[in-house]
Design a protein around this ligand. Structure first.
Ligand code: GLN
Length: 501
């Protein structure tokens, strides 16, 4: 059997249906791959070999019994460590949750299990999803499989690196300001942020509740669409869940026809400050869409320039409130509990020891922005900007069906390069953040390698609320046209990783 870890989810399903491979074999192949390369990639915080093999055996038994199974049944997946999985350690990349085993499954996890998807383990991330590089994880940095000296993006760098290292064909991320799309761009993989409310937040350890969105990651557009369909849809356990049918993402990914599609290039996202190789690949991809029959125009979104400052007031405000629950009493770490210290002292000591610098920075920022006397000047003002950005999107979508931009201003940067410069780090998210503020759908698709460094560039597509299928239409069209040029997917051009075990 040729290497099972090189296959797409769709190919793996064909092997299982035709009896050429079992889910146990496929799962074992991925566990072996993790054992072989994860010492250098460090995508996983926890590998659940036993649980995964048991799940795989159960699927094989169902298949043998002739049970009708879904399109991803038996396919392995890497889960971002911010979603609860019953009985499996869940840390959100923080020391404060070390040793915590959730008593319940997140809705996304429940749906993965119902679809027969095999969960290999939990992936590394920036602490509480605050960051763009995984350098803020309390458990060390994940390395980019394209160049181990570089970051894989963040906060969901572990999930994307697992895909790029062939440790898993599917992964789950969460996107609050770009944490699915930016790591997708940096690793040459597909990352989709569904419409806010299109996927359930129940069981997702909250960063900013009005922005957080779980979503699918994969090496191909169709694999991502199949995963999207498996996890999306109304959930009464999430009060902001949208009670509407899931957009027809799989059908769109299969057709990939952009004929007549109106595509708007966002004027404000590009130009000065963008890496030349990123701009070059982006504009070539736009031209390719024109050749494929799309109608391309330039569209102005004048308020996008205020998105970053507004986000960095809204997000810390919500985060400071969400993180108040880590009080040393309910979960994980407890420091200074000697029977003499007051509860307040224990709480202070635990939060001091348990939270990293970036988390503390944002808790302070958010607490200040929400304090009386400053609320209107900061939080209130940021909310007004949010409305202006929503109006920019609404105006744009009167002219076009989708908007496009580079996914990130640069390619993956070296580990340590921006770790001490929060503003430089925040600027990674210039292109991805406006979408989160508006609740729209968006995705990053690989569109080539930058000339300067031979690293992947992401093509960013944005679509209106609950029109997620349009992302897949564009992604699939690009993917098949580029595959003709490249003779396969971009990932096939990644260097081989050294096997360490
Ligand atoms: N990099 C952004 C931040 O640090 C995005 C985080 C996210 O999407 N979880 O806030």
């Amino acid at each position: 059997m040729s290497d099972l870890t090189r296959k797409t989810a769709v190919e793996l399903q064909e092997l299982m249906t035709s009896g050429q491979a079992s889910s146990v074999e496929i799962t074992q192949a991925h566990l072996d791959r993790i054992a072989a390369v994860d010492d250098s990639v460090r995508a996983f915080l926890h590998v659940d070999s036993e649980g995964a093999l048991a799940q795989a055996a159960a699927i094989d038994a169902k298949r043998a019994a002739g049970e009708k199974l879904g399109p991803l049944a038996g396919v392995p997946l890497a889960l971002k460590d911010v979603l609860t999985q019953e009985g499996v350690p869940t840390t959100a990349g923080s020391k404060i949750l070390e040793g915590w085993k959730p008593p319940y499954d997140a809705t996304v996890v429940k749906r993965l299990k119902a679809a027969g998807i095999v969960i290999l383990g939990k992936t590394n991330m920036d602490e509480f999803a605050m960051g763009s590089s995984t350098e803020n994880s309390a458990y060390g940095t994940t390395h980019n499989p394209w160049d181990l000296n570089r970051i894989p993006g963040g906060s969901g760098g572990g999930s994307s690196a697992a895909l790029a290292a062939y440790e898993a064909p599917l992964a789950i991320g969460t996107d609050t300001g770009g944490s699915i799309r930016q790591p997708g761009a940096f690793t040459g993989t597909v990352g989709v942020k569904p419409t806010y409310g299109g996927t359930s937040r129940y069981g997702l350890i909250a960063l900013a509740s009005s922005l957080d969105t779980p979503g699918p990651c994969a090496r191909t557009t169709l694999d991502a669409a199949l995963l999207h369909e498996a996890i999306a849809g109304y959930d009464p356990m999430d009060s902001t869940s949208i009670n509407q049918p899931v957009p027809a993402v799989v059908e769109a990914a299969r057709r990939g026809d952009v004929t007549g599609l109106r595509v708007g290039v966002v004027k404000e996202l590009g130009g000065e400050g963008y890496q030349p190789g990123v701009e070059a690949r982006f504009h070539e991809a736009v031209e390719l869409l024109t050749k494929l029959g799309a109608e391309v125009v330039e569209v102005s979104c004048p308020h996008f320039q205020y998105a970053l400052p507004a986000y960095y007031l809204i997000l810390p405000s919500e985060a400071s409130s969400n993180l108040a629950k880590f009080d040393a009493m309910r979960y994980g770490l407890r420091v200074g509990d000697d029977g003499i210290n007051s509860a307040e002292k224990v709480m202070n000591l635990t939060r001091e020891a348990g939270f990293g610098d970036e988390v503390k920075r944002r808790i302070m920022l958010g607490t200040h922005a929400l304090s009386s006397g400053y609320y209107d000047a900061y939080y209130g003002q940021a909310q007004k900007v949010r409305t202006l950005i929503q109006r920019d999107f609404a105006n744009a979508y009167e002219q076009v069906d989708v908007l496009v931009s580079p996914a990130t201003p640069t390619t993956a940067f070296p580990i340590g390069d921006r770790a001490d410069d929060p503003i430089a780090m925040y600027k990674n998210d210039l292109c991805t953040i406006p979408v989160n503020l508006a609740g729209n759908a968006a995705a990053s698709f690989p569109c080539g390698l930058a000339d300067e460094d031979n690293l992947p560039v992401g093509f960013h597509v944005m679509a209106p609320v609950m029109r997620d299928e349009l992302l897949y239409t564009v992604g699939a069209a690009l993917e098949s046209a580029l595959a003709e040029q490249w003779g396969g997917v971009l990932m096939a051009q990644a260097p081989e990783l050294e096997v360490t075990r």
